[in-house]
Design a protein around this ligand. Structure first.
Ligand SMILES: *Cc1c(COP(=O)(O)O)cnc(C)c1O
Length: 348
């Protein structure tokens, strides 16, 4: 067994284990994790400096997850409706998501797929891959496949290599992209052998998911360097999270730190309208204000696009103030095609 597999096996998964290490309310954690499972690698747990700090909030279950504010959904982006075959989401003509793994190294408390993952709706089997490949063979307009999940890099090198090989047989496929939280939560998974494997299937882009400067450790830097050194361009997607990174100096430190690790900030995401994540949401105007404050103050390379994935499958749009209209009922945001979509915003 490889070191990262051992670490994964030793990850905390129960309230009892957690209560032995941290001052949590064991019954509360047990109650929440019954609904939304708990999993934290020791590596990530060690980044906690004090109770309720930005690392704690991302991984420790909270009773707020069981609240049910109006407007939140178990499938906020209507991915099921855009899924022609299991595990594949085809919303945009030129690119598809392939959800190749149903679990993660860490269960992030703010995950927008947490309801579908917990319900076992995202399990992916070998025959699903066969169906996905067969589907893609008949979709010559698809130029890019994005591997996501769950955590695609939890697949073994053997399975991943096989998957990449099958994708590369599609004559119309130009790009492969991997969306992964691994460099932030289990960087030991990025072995030299994995980097070499991924490097053979270029052009392959990889987007990491760092949310806070405390996640930019020496181990994370080494993981990023291994990938960059074999020629994989690195981007980063950050989720804007209330009480975690919703302040300009924190985002500035995060984005500057990422660039030093050769990772280009790509998107800052408005938190999706997923059930169990309402306590992480910030008002739309708050994110726009944060980006305006960073604009001009930091290198253009450090500035991601601030995007919202519109509810019901409206797709991702960059959040410029001119897209937003205030109505009696709340807000409307114009989608990429110009259609106004109701957005249940928070009061400022
Ligand atoms: C986010 C997303 C993508 C990727 O979008 P980019 O803007 O290219 O990063 C592709 N398909 C679906 C369904 C998505 O939700």
């Amino acid at each position: 067994m490889e070191e990262w597999q051992k670490e994964l096996q030793e990850a905390l998964t129960s309230a009892e284990q957690l209560a032995r290490l941290l001052p949590v309310d064991r019954t509360e954690v047990a109650r929440v994790s019954e609904r939304y499972p708990l999993r934290i690698p020791h590596y990530y747990l060690r980044l906690i400096e004090e109770a309720n700090d930005p690392i704690w909030r991302q991984c420790i279950p909270s009773l707020a997850e069981l609240e049910k504010p109006a407007g939140l959904s178990c499938d906020p982006l209507a991915e099921a409706a855009y899924s022609p075959v299991p595990g594949l989401v085809h919303r945009h003509s030129d690119r598809v998501l392939l959800l190749v793994a149903a679990s993660c190294a860490m269960n992030c408390r703010f995950c927008f797929r947490k309801n579908r993952l917990a319900a076992g709706e995202l399990d992916f089997r070998f025959r699903d891959l066969e169906k996905a490949i067969a589907y893609l063979e008949n979709q010559p307009a698809v130029r890019e496949v994005i591997l996501t999940g769950g955590e695609p890099l939890l697949l073994s090198d053997l399975l991943l290599g096989n998957l990449l090989k099958q994708l590369r047989r599609l004559p119309h496929l130009e790009l492969i992209r991997i969306h992964t939280r691994i460099p932030a939560v289990l960087p030991s998974r990025i072995t030299g052998q994995l980097a070499a494997l991924l490097g053979r299937f270029g052009p392959l882009y990889l987007n990491t998911h760092f949310n806070h400067p405390h996640e930019l450790t020496a181990a994370a830097r080494q993981a990023a360097e291994r990938l960059a050194d074999v020629g994989i361009p690195l981007g980063n997607q950050t989720v804007l999270l209330k009480g975690i990174n919703d302040r300009a100096p924190i985002l500035e430190e995060l984005f500057r730190g990422l660039l030093r690790m050769r990772i280009r900030p790509y998107y800052l995401h408005q938190t999706d309208l997923a059930a169990g994540t309402g306590h992480f949401r910030t008002p739309l105007a708050g994110g726009i204000d944060l980006m305006n404050r960073l604009q001009g103050q930091v290198s253009g390379l450090a500035l991601p696009q601030f995007v919202v994935d519109l509810p019901g499958g409206g797709g991702k749009v960059p959040l410029h103030p001119e897209r937003i209209t205030r109505t009696e009922a709340g807000l409307q945001v114009r989608s990429g095609s110009g259609q106004p979509i109701d957005y249940p915003d928070l009061d400022n």
